[in-house]
Design a protein around this ligand. Structure first.
Ligand code: ACK
Length: 307
C-alpha cells in the first residue's frame, strides 16, 4: 500500500469532518428552522373563539401585535409533513381575493395563522341578510371569488373545496377565498367536526364535500380546476339563495345517483334568481368538464350581468 502523504490525510480528515457536520445538521436541526414563517406556538396569543371550521376550531389571535385568525386542526386531520409541503405553496399565493397565509405552527395541533376577516364566513354573512342584498352585491361577491380563483387557475393550483363556508368577508365588501389546497392533504379518515359531517361524506377511501363536488371528481377521485368551476356554480347558487344547502330536496344518496345522471338544480325561485345568473350556474355544471368556462371568462361574464 502507498503511504499516505501528510497533506492528503489532512484533506481526507477535513472532508470526513465536513460530511459528519452536514449529517449532524440534518439529523438534529429543528424541523422547519429554515422557514421563517414556521413559528413557535408561544408567538401566538389566542383570543376569542370565532367558530368551528371544517376540521377544527378557529380563534382570533395576536401575532406580532397584529390581529390574526388562528385555525387549529384536530390532530389526525392531516399529516404535518404533507401539510407543510402544501403550506409552502400556499404561502406564495398572493392576491387581493385570497386569504393570505401568514405563519404556521407545525407541532400537533397544527395552527394555521392567516389574516383576520372582520365579517366571518360568506355563508353566515348571507344567512343573516336574507332578502336584503341587491343583485349588484351578490354579483360583486361572485366576481371577487372568480377573480381569486382566476389567479389560482393561472398558477395551476386547485382549491378542491370551494364553497361559501370557505369564502371570508372583510370590511368594505371585500371577499376572499380561504383554505385553498387544504383539501388535498386531508387524511382519508379525518376526525370530522359535527358541522363538517353535514358537508363532507366518505366516498371510497376519501372524503368529499359531496354537494359541491363535480361528478367526475367523485367517480375517479381526480380533481382539476374544472371541478373548482363546478363548485363555483354551486357557490353561485349559495349566494343567490342566501346560503341554502345545495340540492335542498335531495338526500346524499340521491345527489350521488342523480347528478351524474344529468340532474341539475332548477333556477331558484324563492328568492328569485336572475336568468342570466342561472345560465352561468348551468355553464359551470356542464357534464363535459371541457365545456365549462374558465375563471377568467366567469369573471368577465359576471361583470357584464345586467343588474
Ligand atoms: O362565520 P364565522 O364567524 O367566520 O365562523 C367561521 C369560523 O371561523 C369557522 O370557519 C371564522 N373564520 C375562519 N377564518 C377566519 C378568518 N381568517 N377571519 C375571520 N374569521 C374567520 C368563520
Amino acid at each position: 500500500m502507498m503511504p499516505m502523504s501528510g497533506e492528503l490525510s489532512l484533506v481526507l480528515t477535513f472532508g470526513t469532518m465536513v460530511c459528519l457536520a452536514i449529517l449532524l445538521f440534518f439529523l438534529f436541526r429543528q424541523p422547519g428552522s429554515a422557514d421563517p414563517w414556521k413559528i413557535n406556538r408561544s408567538a401566538i396569543k389566542l383570543g376569542k373563539r370565532l367558530g368551528e371550521g371544517s376540521f377544527g376550531e378557529v380563534y382570533q389571535g395576536l401575532y406580532n401585535n397584529t390581529p390574526v385568525a388562528v385555525k387549529t386542526l384536530i390532530p389526525g386531520t392531516m399529516d404535518p409533513r404533507d401539510f407543510l409541503k402544501e403550506a409552502q405553496i400556499m404561502k406564495t399565493m398572493q392576491h387581493p381575493n385570497l386569504i393570505q397565509l401568514l405563519a404556521v405552527c407545525t407541532e400537533q395541533p397544527i395552527y394555521i395563522i392567516t389574516e383576520l376577516m372582520k365579517n366571518g364566513s360568506l355563508l353566515d354573512y348571507l344567512k343573516v341578510r336574507v332578502g336584503r342584498l341587491r343583485l349588484y352585491d351578490q354579483i360583486e361577491m361572485a366576481a371577487q371569488v372568480a377573480s381569486g380563483m382566476d389567479y389560482l387557475e393561472m398558477k395551476n393550483y386547485i382549491h378542491r373545496d370551494l364553497a361559501a363556508r370557505n369564502v371570508l368577508v372583510g370590511e368594505n365588501n371585500v371577499y376572499k377565498v380561504a383554505d385553498f389546497g387544504l383539501a388535498r392533504v386531508l387524511q382519508a379518515t379525518p376526525m370530522l367536526s359535527s358541522q363538517s359531517k353535514l358537508y363532507y361524506i366518505p366516498v371510497g377511501k376519501a372524503i368529499f364535500p359531496l354537494r359541491w363536488t363535480a361528478p367526475e371528481a367523485i367517480a375517479n377521485e381526480r380533481f382539476t380546476i374544472k371541478c373548482d368551476v363546478w363548485s363555483f356554480g354551486i357557490l353561485l347558487y349559495e349566494i343567490m339563495t342566501y346560503g341554502k344547502i345545495p340540492y335542498p330536496d335531495l338526500n346524499n344518496s340521491q345527489v350521488k345517483r342523480m347528478v351524474p345522471n344529468g340532474y341539475r338544480m332548477p333556477c331558484p325561485v324563492d328568492p328569485y334568481c336572475s336568468k342570466d345568473v342561472y345560465k352561468i350556474m348551468l355553464d359551470c355544471w356542464k357534464e363535459n368538464k371541457h365545456d365549462r368556462p374558465t375563471f377568467r371568462s366567469l369573471k368577465i361574464t359576471l361583470r357584464n350581468v345586467r343588474v
